[in-house]
Design a protein around this ligand. Structure first.
Ligand code: FAD
Length: 446
């Protein structure tokens, strides 16, 4: 917590920049989707900023940083607040910088969109589509997540089966960031240097602007294929990934998820397991022909217009952590895990895991690409009882050769995706020498 007098001095220094100390607004902006985790909730629920600011220009962001540095006040940056691990929760109070007021789509050119960091991903996608282009990928939270938040906290998304995970997709062309110094500097990063800031959970400079690569827009059809067993779904997923089918999403869920898919219940009724996909219009028939070779039925194939007219749920809002959200909206006793499956992932392993865990675990897998190979990320639902049991389930997946990216942690290094060579850490120190940015998120920085 920062003292009230210091906060008052800080607010005086930032002049006209919008700021509030209203308790309700502070509480709302100090939390994200860490409530998915019954382990994180008690640890983070009382963490609160002392003041929330909403800058609208580069100059205002610089004024906020300069004043915070002058008074040594911690700074936590927030986009849409859809992160799952308390990424934008201010562990040590201080200033919460809400970036959503800094939200212009600056330019759309052939192959490129330039945005301010607080623009929503959905806004960037819409602007690209208006020029016959599209983003390479996006999170299922695209209407509320910001571009800066996705690059600061995200990992993959809808489109990653086609273009790979964000880190290696080439999607981030360049980033403009501001340093955390009394006289803030602006740096432009490109090439592999964007990796210093990507997925650093807001600990490494404030992203001001992004330049993202665009690809030609395609017409994607929302498809559901259903199968007699979940092993068949996985066998089909493996074959579809290895084929030349053009797909933007390949998301497998078992039949016990059906009660959570109300607006698609006529196509996914709980009698069969399912693959939810976005398939290029010209490949839809071949997609279902391949599914048929694994006992798959064509259950649904609708265009965006048909889906909207029938008031169906769009497929991209059923995938990744939206699958988890749909279940949690009905039953808060669920939580989840993030598990990378062994490659190749044999259908008999998932069937064995389903037998082993019974009603305690429901299976959901997202197909993505990493280093050109299939990367199957499991986001299984877990019926939560105790932290000890949750840990036992994790160890059981690991014994099968799976790799855990534990979502029940709030230290960046513990997620298993951080900087083994220390280059990120060295860069971080150079742009935030006092360690004021999102303090407490890095185990290696107090
Ligand atoms: C229902 C649901 C579905 C999801 N689906 C996906 C998915 O498909 N793929 C995926 O990767 N993630 C997914 N996520 C996680 C989350 O949506 C993504 O991490 C994301 O896009 C966050 O954007 P945001 O604007 O909400 O960021 P926030 O939650 O506000 O912030 C995320 C992190 O980025 C930092 N940050 C924010 N803005 C800046 C900035 N301008 N400069 C520097 N750092 C900044 C924050 O400090 C924080 O550490 C999902 C989450 C939910 C709840």
């Amino acid at each position: 917590m920062t003292g009230q007098i210091l906060i008052a001095q800080f607010r005086r220094d930032i002049g006209d920049v919008s700021s509030t100390v209203d308790e309700r607004q502070i509480r709302q902006k100090s939390h994200d989707f860490h409530w998915y985790s019954p382990v994180l909730t008690p640890q983070l629920q009382n963490c609160m900023a002392d003041v929330v600011v909403q800058p609208r220009s580069e100059e205002e962001i610089a004024a906020v940083i300069a004043a915070a540095v002058k008074y040594r006040i911690p700074i936590t940056v927030r986009g849409g607040g859809t992160g799952n691990y308390g990424q934008s929760v201010p562990l040590k109070g201080g200033v919460l910088v809400d970036m959503t007021g800094f939200n212009k789509i600056m330019a759309v050119e052939p192959g490129i969109v330039r945005t301010q960091a607080g623009a929503t991903i959905g806004g960037a996608l819409e602007a690209a589509l208006a020029t016959g282009q599209q983003l390479m990928m996006y999170p299922s939270t695209l209407t509320s997540a910001t571009v800066g938040g996705y690059l600061g906290g995200g990992f993959a998304g809808i489109g990653s089966v086609r273009h790979g995970i964000i880190r290696e997709s080439g999607m981030i062309q360049s980033l403009k960031i501001m340093t955390i110094e009394e006289t803030p500097r602006i740096l432009t990063l490109s090439g592999s240097d964007v990796g210093f800031v990507f997925h650093s959970w807001g600990t490494t400079g404030i992203i001001l602007e992004t330049q993202l690569k665009l690809v030609p827009a395609e017409t994607w059809i929302d498809c559901i294929a259903t199968f007699p067993t979940y092993g068949d779904v996985i066998a089909f997923g493996n074959a579809a990934f290895a084929s030349d089918l053009d797909m933007f999403l390949l998301s497998a869920v078992e039949r016990r998820f059906a009660p959570y898919y109300k607006r698609l219940s006529q196509y996914f009724d709980g009698n069969r397991d399912a693959m939810f996909s976005m398939v290029k219009e010209s490949d839809v028939d071949r997609y279902f022909a391949l599914a048929a070779t694994f006992n798959g039925h064509r259950s649904m194939a609708v265009s965006e217009a048909e889906s909207n007219a029938a008031k169906l749920r769009r497929i991209h809002t059923t995938a990744f952590n939206h699958t988890t959200l749909m279940a949690l909206q009905v039953d808060r006793a669920w939580t989840y895990l993030q598990v990378v499956m062994p490659n190749p992932y044999e259908p008999k392993l998932v069937e064995e895991q389903m037998r082993r865990f019974g009603d305690e675990v429901l299976m959901h897998h997202e197909y993505t690409k990493e280093k050109g190979r299939c990367r199957i990320g499991g986001l299984p639902l877990i019926r939560y009882t105790t932290e000890q049991r949750l840990n036992e389930i994790m160890r059981s997946f690991e014994a099968d050769g799976c790799v855990l990216n534990n979502p029940h942690i709030f230290k960046l290094e513990d997620g298993g995706r951080f900087d083994p060579e220390g280059r990120k850490m060295a860069f971080r120190a150079s742009v935030d020498p006092l360690g004021l940015l999102n303090p407490g998120k890095l185990r290696s920085v107090s």
